[in-house]
Design a protein around this ligand. Sequence first.
Ligand code: SF4
Length: 560
Amino acid sequence: MSSLSSKIQDVFNEPGCGKNQGKSEKERKKGCTKQLQPGGAAGGCAFDGAKIALQPITDVAHLVHGPIACEGNSWDNRGSKSSGSNLWRTGFTTDINETDVVFGGEKRLYKSVKEIIEKYDPPAVFVYQTCVPAMIGDDIDAVCKAASKKFGKPVIPVNSPGFVGPKNLGNKLAGEAILDHVIGTEEPEYTTPYDINIIGEYNLSGELWQVKPLLDELGIRILCCISGDAKYHDVACSHRAKAAMMVCSKSMINIARKMEERYGIPFFEGSFYGIEDTSDALREISQLLIERGAPAELMERTEALIAREEARAWAGIEPYKQRLAGKKVLLITGGVKSWSVVAALQEAGLELVGTSVKKSTKEDKERIKELMGEDAHMIDDMSPREMYKMLKEAKADIMLSGGRSQFVALKAKMPWLDINQERHHAYMGYVGMVELVKEIDKALSNPVWEQVRKRAPWEETTWEERADAAIAAEAAALAADPELARAQRRSARICKCKAVDRGTIEDAILEHGLDSVEAVTERTHAGSGCTGCTGTIAGILDSIEDWRPGSINEPAKQAA
Ligand code: SF4
């Protein structure tokens, strides 16, 4: 097995991964290895994931070995901020061409590393592998090793070509690269009992700087943030931290767990989104540091700071609470943890009509249920059409999501706020929460919406009215004919990868008494591709009383 394959296998089988923990022992033994499906990298390829995970290391030269388009794809597409060097924002690429494909691109890579070191003298060069050089067999590990020896600088191979999988896999492979080649290679000038690492935080819009002053006040030092506003030396020394906080468990759990295993650094998973979550995170940091030898009085100081900051944040939110009370929000998050944003919005008096859970772990979903109640509308995956329908039906007042869904909200003539990686405002910590509330209020009260929603003078009916009438007619036809409704429900394609429709899944559940997603997958193959439909399968299992023939809830029976 090649080293890249074994690395991927290792990452897939990460015991700290929530998905793996939720599997049966038998399933766990099988690992996560599965054949990639077309479209598996639609949300970003593995290279893209690796690059965005490490690019916020600010003083490093990030060199993309591949065609220039790969660099264009990944360059600076997050709003991370730097307090020092801006070298990280310079796009470096070997820009390989047809000749390199024929004769190999290793020489060009070596020359590029040399040129970068001569011109910029960075503390290290990170070299990212992409699809084309990986397919022609360029050995970036060997080139990096040779360049490192020759130029006396760390040249770090990040072996994560796009074709190996999606962005999330790339995040983890990036973590493996720094675990293998960077972490533990240098020593800090000094250490204190108050040194922590923050892992999986990218300083988007500079939001880490909204939390840092709180930690500074408590005397807690961020030895290294991986990777927001980090410097190479910080990452190399991060093995000396006393404790760590995992901010986004999906992206870099392998770093946190392996650092605990290798260097004895305990970690917890927390969030700085929302008032209560920020307070909990500060408490947990202090608790872990005390357990590792910091004086116990740290907790008293932490509680005093929390009390002061919470009071300030509530006072900041107060003027908005009345204006926002009862306003309905549809929340479609990307990487940011849904539950922490849900908690934050509820704190501001907003009503959540639904939240996405596509990237959430089992624990995240449990947490959302705790916050929103058992009837929480959790959206696993949603086509833009369904999203539009839900916005209309739930009568949401605003949608908070990533940039890709913004056009659905705009089409529904509805305010929209970017809370994902391209956002322009910092929402972390106590001040970030006040900022989020302020931005929601601004978006909701923007007078443009009133204008946009008005019918144009020449229109008799708007396209929405025509669409709504068509939807209502379709619903009436289905209500009048339960058999038609049943046939339509059963014909829905649930697993697109394996072309399995809902009828097949329902029949398998009834015929074989299946009661778990794994059992359905084993019997029908649904969910064995990209796994994006496993939440929908779980929903079918949970709602068996709504569709089982003969059940009192079954639409056909009700109609009869
Ligand atoms: S690494 Fe591969 S999948 Fe990713 S951008 Fe480049 S060519 Fe496309």
